[in-house]
Write a protein that binds this ligand. Structure first.
Ligand code: NAD
Length: 382
């Protein structure tokens, strides 16, 4: 008689269904579940967790399904997309590990619960922006999706073609698209608008983006203002710099058919770049898609989750664009999580090397402490 296979003893990776309205993504996809299992973990997924991202339960192999209560109670490592509520943080086992987007400055009450329950939490927003960590960078993977979707929304909203067309009914001139902010989302927006045949101009305060813009076949708008900040991010501009930037940009906004705004400054509300006054100078039928809508908007008239009609211009303020491409967004996000966490998982045991700058930089709470200095300060002052 052959011996029964040994009972699996590795950590339990728990994946609940996302519950925030409009959230269709899931933190684990079948491909990555198999990879975590190969490292000795047991996978416990809430029934139907992947359904809205087109990963039905049947697509997962070697995964156990359970109700939400069991997933939260048994997870040694809980993977999620949206930030934990304080109530969810309280459902985790004391001493468990958690990874997901956490937006700590907006979710201080949950951070407090995680700290007090000795949870080791990793905030995906904090993954250091170094070359080695690019494969773990969920802000980038999801921003690329937002840039792509924003252009599709613009094309769909505009009453004109994007490409130049030569038809029996005459020649159609290509649309003029302006992309403001050339980070990860902006670059994808430029590439997508180009693929659709538009003439694309782009602008960013970081002059390093000039060559990137040109390499995608778009024109870089020179305003004479540069604002390189720390860590490859932009800094806030002075009043004088803003005025100079505004004058040059306004002239370009006024002639665009579609404006895609993607300009962010980390930890700050979105800079106001498109004013009401310039919207009133825009062409009839022009469209603005403002992907910073949830963060206050780059356009003065943006309202998150709404399309505002101002005169002859429509301003679209989409929220959670990545969730609108849930299949690939989930796949990329799950890979980011795997690339971050798998170096710590061997034979079913999690062990973090805190001398690794990626773990040290991404950890939010550990051993009863808030490790991320700005969040610790916010908690102390609250
Ligand atoms: P982001 O979302 O913070 O901002 C988007 C863009 O808006 C940035 O390019 C920023 O310069 C620009 N911006 C800010 N204020 C502006 C203003 N007033 N006017 C015009 N543009 C303005 O940026 P992001 O997409 O997260 O990327 C920021 C940088 O980090 C980029 O250089 C990117 O290449 C780099 N990055 C590095 C890594 C890595 O090495 N692992 C990963 C991702 C991004």
């Amino acid at each position: 008689m052959s011996a029964a296979p040994p009972a699996p003893t590795g950590i339990v990776i728990g994946v609940p269904r996302e519950t925030q309205p409009g959230e269709a993504r899931v933190a684990l996809v079948p491909e990555i579940a198999a990879k975590f299992a190969a490292l000795g973990a047991r996978i416990l997924v809430e029934r139907g967790a992947g359904q809205s991202a087109q990963f039905p339960d049947a697509a997962f192999k070697n995964v156990e399904f359970a109700d939400a209560a069991r997933v939260w109670a048994e997870a040694d490592l809980l993977l999620k997309v949206q930030p934990l509520t304080p109530e969810e943080a309280g459902r985790l086992q004391a001493g468990a590990v958690h990874a997901g987007f956490m937006q700590p400055h907006n979710h201080l009450a949950a951070v407090r619960v995680l700290r007090d329950r000795n949870v080791t939490s990793f905030a995906m927003e904090l993954v250091p922006r170094i070359s080695r960590a690019q494969s773990m960078d969920a802000l980038s993977s999801q921003a690329a999706i937002a840039g792509y979707k924003a252009v599709l929304i613009a094309a769909n909203t505009l009453d004109r073609f994007f490409p130049m067309l030569t038809t029996a009914a005459g020649t159609i001139r290509p649309a003029q698209v302006l992309v403001i902010g050339v980070g990860v989302a902006g670059l994808q927006a430029i590439a997508t608008a180009r693929r659709l045949g538009a003439i694309v101009e782009a602008y960013d305060v970081r002059s390093a983006t000039r060559d990137q813009v040109k390499s995608l076949g778009a024109k870089f708008i020179e305003t004479g203002v540069t604002a390189e900040g720390a860590g490859g991010y932009a800094r806030e501009l002075t009043a004088e710099e803003k005025a100079r930037q505004q004058e040059v940009l306004d002239a370009r906004i006024a002639v665009a058919d579609a404006v895609i705004t993607t300009a962010g400054v980390p930890g700050r509300p979105a800079p106001r770049i498109v004013t009401r006054a310039v919207v009133e100078r825009m062409k009839a039928g022009a469209v603005i898609v403002d992907i910073l809508a949830e963060n206050g908007g780059n356009c003065e008239l943006t309202r998150a989750g709404e399309t505002v009609q101002h005169g002859n211009v429509r301003i679209v303020g989409p929220v959670n664009l990545a969730a609108q491409l849930a299949y690939h967004a989930s796949e990329m996000y799950a890979r980011n999580l795997y690339n971050l966490l798998s170096p710590a998982l061997k034979q079913g045991v999690l062990n973090f090397d805190w001398s690794d700058e990626v773990f040290a930089g991404t950890v939010l709470t550990h051993a009863g402490q808030v490790k991320h200095e700005p969040t610790a300060k916010l908690l102390a002052s609250g």
